[in-house]
Design a protein around this ligand. Structure first.
Ligand code: FPP
Length: 246
C-alpha cells in the first residue's frame, strides 16, 4: 500500500479545481548530469506520478499534464520513441491509479499514435470512467489550436447534417466539442523550468487561468513546489473581466 502523503497547506487555502502542468525541463535536467535526454524524460514521467498523488491528497479535482504536443514530432526519432515507450510503460502502471479511484482521460489526436497505445488508452479510460476522487488528464499529441479545429470540424459536420444552424454556434457548443468536453476550464497553469509561455497548451480552456512559473526543472518539482504554486494562486485576484466587489 502506498505511504500516506502529508501535505502542508495552511487551513482555509483554496485549492484550484483544475491545474494544468507543462512538464518542462527534462532535457536540461539530464544534460546537467551528463546524461541522455531520455533519462530526463524517465525522471519526468516518475515525477508525474508523485505529483498526481500529491495533488489528489491536496484535494485537486482535475489535473492535466502536457505529455506530448502536436509539435513534439519534430524532435529526433529516438527521443520521440523514448517518450512513447515511457508513455506505454506508464499506461500499464496507470492502472494503479484506477485502484486509487482516479479517473484517467486522454486529450489530443490519437490517430497518429500506435494501435497498441490507442488500445491501452481506451482500456484505461473505460476501466476508470466511474472513479471520482480526481480526474487525471494526459495530453498526448495535443495542441490547443488542433483542439479548436477538432471542435469546429465536429460542429461543421453537425451543420452539414442539418442538426444546427449558424445561431446555434455558441461558446458552450465549441467547448462541448473540444477534446476536454466535460472537463472544467483550467484555474491554474504551472510551467517549471523558467520558460514563460503556454506553447499551445489548453489555449481555449485557460482563458481565465492564473499562470505560475518557476525555475525548477520538472524532474525536481516536488509537492512543496505545488503548494507554493497554490499559495501564489490564492494571492491572485480573479476578476474575470469584472471589477473588485470586496
Ligand atoms: C518537455 O521537456 C517534456 C516533454 C516534451 C516530454 C514529457 C514527457 C514525459 C515526462 C514522459 C511521458 C509522459 C508520461 C505521462 C509517462 P524538454 O524535453 O523540452 O526539456 P528541455 O526544455 O530541458 O529540453
Amino acid at each position: 500500500m502506498a505511504k500516506a502523503i502529508v501535505t502542508h497547506l495552511p487551513e482555509g487555502v483554496s485549492v484550484p479545481a483544475h491545474i494544468g502542468i507543462i512538464m518542462d525541463g527534462n532535457g536540461r535536467w539530464a544534460k546537467k548530469r551528463g546524461m541522455p535526454r531520455k533519462v530526463g524524460h524517465r525522471e519526468g514521467a516518475k515525477n508525474f506520478r508523485a505529483i498526481t498523488r500529491y495533488a489528489k491528497a491536496l484535494g485537486v479535482k482535475y489535473i492535466t499534464y502536457y505529455a506530448f504536443s502536436t509539435e513534439n514530432w519534430k524532435r529526433p526519432k529516438d527521443e520521440v520513441d523514448a517518450i512513447m515507450d515511457l508513455f506505454e510503460k506508464y499506461l500499464d502502471e496507470v492502472r494503479d491509479f484506477i485502484e486509487e479511484n482516479i479517473r484517467v482521460r486522454f486529450i489530443g489526436d490519437r490517430s497518429m499514435l500506435s494501435e497498441t497505445l490507442q488500445r491501452k488508452m481506451k482500456g484505461v479510460e473505460e476501466d476508470s470512467k466511474d472513479f471520482d476522487s480526481m480526474t487525471l488528464v494526459l495530453a498526448i499529441n495535443y495542441g490547443g489550436r488542433d483542439d479548436i479545429c477538432h471542435s469546429v470540424r465536429q460542429i461543421v459536420a453537425m451543420a452539414c447534417r442539418g442538426e444546427i444552424t449558424e445561431s446555434d454556434v455558441t461558446e458552450e457548443l465549441i467547448e462541448k466539442n473540444l477534446y476536454t468536453e466535460e472537463i472544467p476550464p483550467a484555474d491554474l497553469i504551472i510551467r517549471p523550468s523558467g520558460e514563460q509561455r503556454l506553447s499551445n497548451f489548453l489555449i481555449w480552456q485557460s482563458a481565465y487561468a492564473e499562470f505560475y512559473y518557476t525555475n525548477i526543472l520538472w524532474p525536481d518539482f516536488r509537492g512543496k513546489d505545488l503548494e507554493d504554486a497554490i499559495m501564489a494562486f490564492n494571492n491572485r485576484n480573479r476578476r474575470y473581466g469584472g471589477i473588485d466587489t470586496k
